[in-house]
Design a protein around this ligand. Structure first.
Ligand SMILES: *Cc1c(COP(=O)(O)O)cnc(C)c1O
Length: 240
């Protein structure tokens, strides 16, 4: 089978699973957007996913995102999902649809500063390390409200919700508690009714656990391997 056939089949399968999870949870399918996580994959494969209807792509490296941005159609919504260094913010503020990985006030201040310079408004999510893993970025469950309040005062930034990367598990049911926790935090923050804090977006769920995430309220799922296959870096024990 051609690579095209495989990507098309994979997307169909993921779409079916999202459908099923939505039905089971009594959610409308339109509330969930699939982000095709294309890091390390060549533009030809992204173009194939695009031809199958994907318009949301996730990348975790600034340079790679910029290169792909130049080469692919302009109606793609690029999601920055990886840890972002402050000195690289300036390259992407006017290219990304959303930054999912904001976990400090300093990073948010840099995004705001560059957004003002370029006269754009940047949508962001606050990344929360819900499972408190040493290896992961993200703010803590205890600090997220204060961080959101501080960021909400900055110009040219819109807080759209929260993001988390759940632990790697064999059985996705084990991650359900973390998805529930992120949902609860977002509801609690919403109740605070702070200006310029919107909690409509929950970015949670990857290839191994997106069904559980959808049933717990995810509005974005970020699926890489399930669409494009294994990444070469996985063999070396990739860091996310
Ligand atoms: C790589 C990555 C994903 C996709 O992971 P898969 O397990 O391949 O679906 C999702 N979110 C983030 C933040 C990532 O870095």
């Amino acid at each position: 089978m051609s690579a095209y056939g495989i990507i098309k089949e994979n997307i169909k399968l993921v779409e079916e699973q999202i459908d099923t999870a939505c039905k089971k949870a009594g959610r409308d399918r339109s509330q969930v957007t699939l982000i095709a996580v294309s890091k390390t994959k060549p533009v030809e494969m992204l173009q194939e996913a695009y031809d199958c209807g994907c318009r949301d792509f996730g990348e975790n490296k600034v340079q790679e995102l910029m290169d792909k941005y130049e080469l692919l159609p302009k109606d793609i919504r690029w999601h920055m999902i990886g840890h972002l260094q402050r000195n690289k913010v300036k390259y992407i503020v006017d290219k990304v649809y959303m930054i999912h990985s904001v976990d400090s006030l300093r990073l948010a201040e840099e995004i705001s500063k560059e957004a003002v310079k370029k006269n754009v408004t940047v949508r962001i999510l606050i990344e929360v390390n819900v499972a408190n893993e040493d290896t992961k970025f993200g703010t803590t469950c205890e600090e997220v409200l204060q961080l959101a309040k501080d960021i909400s005062k900055l110009p040219n930034i819109l807080i759209k919700g929260l993001m988390t990367i759940a632990p790697y598990v064999e059985n996705e049911e084990e991650n359900r508690c973390y998805f529930q926790k992120l949902k609860k935090i977002s509801v609690d923050i919403m109740k605070e009714n702070v200006d310029n804090i919107c909690m409509e977006t929950l970015s949670m769920g990857m290839t191994g656990d997106y069904r559980a995430a959808v049933s717990e309220g995810a509005t974005y799922v970020r699926v890489g391997t399930g669409i494009f296959g294994m990444r070469p870096t996985m063999l070396k024990g990739e860091e996310i």
